[in-house]
Ligand binder design. Structure first.
Ligand code: HEC
Length: 212
């Protein structure tokens, strides 16, 4: 009983093993194809990375030929900076970035930022001078030009008019732009905030100055 049974079982199990191994082989092929499909997209980013490495390698080699002239890369950086507003926003408080930011600035934001200035400045037409001078129509006005206000000698000695760029530099760090100024104000750190407040100052005029 067991003999034939065992034989039959062996026989069936052999056929089953054969069939199963074929199925397993087919399944493994299918799995390897699926895994391969999954791996190919994952591998693709490596290709550009590899290309970047290839690109990067000529870059370090480039300064080598131009090594006698280390000043050569320097002029290219300032030239690129004004043409790239994206890079300008990255700058911590880089001067000269604000004129580029004015286009996207919001005078409404500037009005809010101007609250800091209100402790010392009025901004309405004909407003009185407080600790600081009235700032109506200050953009484009002669520096230290507010009539009836006693400016410090430093500010009076600056000369010229309040251009967007000069306002940017002054508001970034008043004490750096005009050492010894009476304006005891730390400055507006963020270039975007300065652009907004300068845009607001520009609006305080009967004939706002054209944007740079
Ligand atoms: C703590 C008081 C104080 C604060 C705050 C202050 N200022 Fe002034 N500001 C002054 C004083 C004082 C002067 C005159 C400086 C001098 O004569 O040296 C001045 C001068 C100026 C001038 C030059 C005006 C001109 O006619 O030449 C501008 C522009 C100006 N401030 C803008 C601002 C802005 C914008 C803010 C806010 C972001 C601000 N100030 C915050 C006190 C202040």
């Amino acid at each position: 009983m067991r003999g034939p049974n065992g034989y039959r079982l062996m026989k069936f199990s052999f056929l089953q093993k054969l069939g199963a191994s074929v199925l397993i082989a087919l399944w493994l092929v299918w799995v390897s194809i699926m895994v391969g499909d999954l791996l190919i997209p994952a591998g693709e980013p490596q290709a550009p990375a590899g290309r970047e490495v290839v690109k990067a390698s000529p870059a370090p080699s480039a300064p080598a030929p131009s090594a006698p002239a280390p000043s050569a890369p320097a002029p290219s950086t300032p030239a690129a900076a004004p043409s790239a507003p994206a890079a300008a926003t990255g700058g911590p408080s880089g001067e000269g970035t604000v004129p580029a930011l004015l286009a996207s600035a919001d005078a409404g934001d500037g009005k809010k930022i101007f609250r800091k200035c209100k402790a010392c400045h009025t901004a309405d037409k004909g407003g009185r001078h407080k600790v600081g001078p009235n700032l109506w129509d200050v953009v484009g006005r002669a520096k230290a030009g507010a009539g009836g206000y006693r400016f410090s000698g430093v500010l009076a000695g600056l000369g010229g008019t309040w251009t967007f760029a000069d306002l940017d530099a002054f508001l970034a760090r008043p004490k750096a732009f005009a050492p010894g100024t009476k304006m005891t104000f730390r400055g507006v750190k963020k270039a975007a905030d300065r652009a907004a407040v300068i845009l607001y100052l520009r609006s305080l005029s009967d004939s706002p100055k054209p944007l740079p």
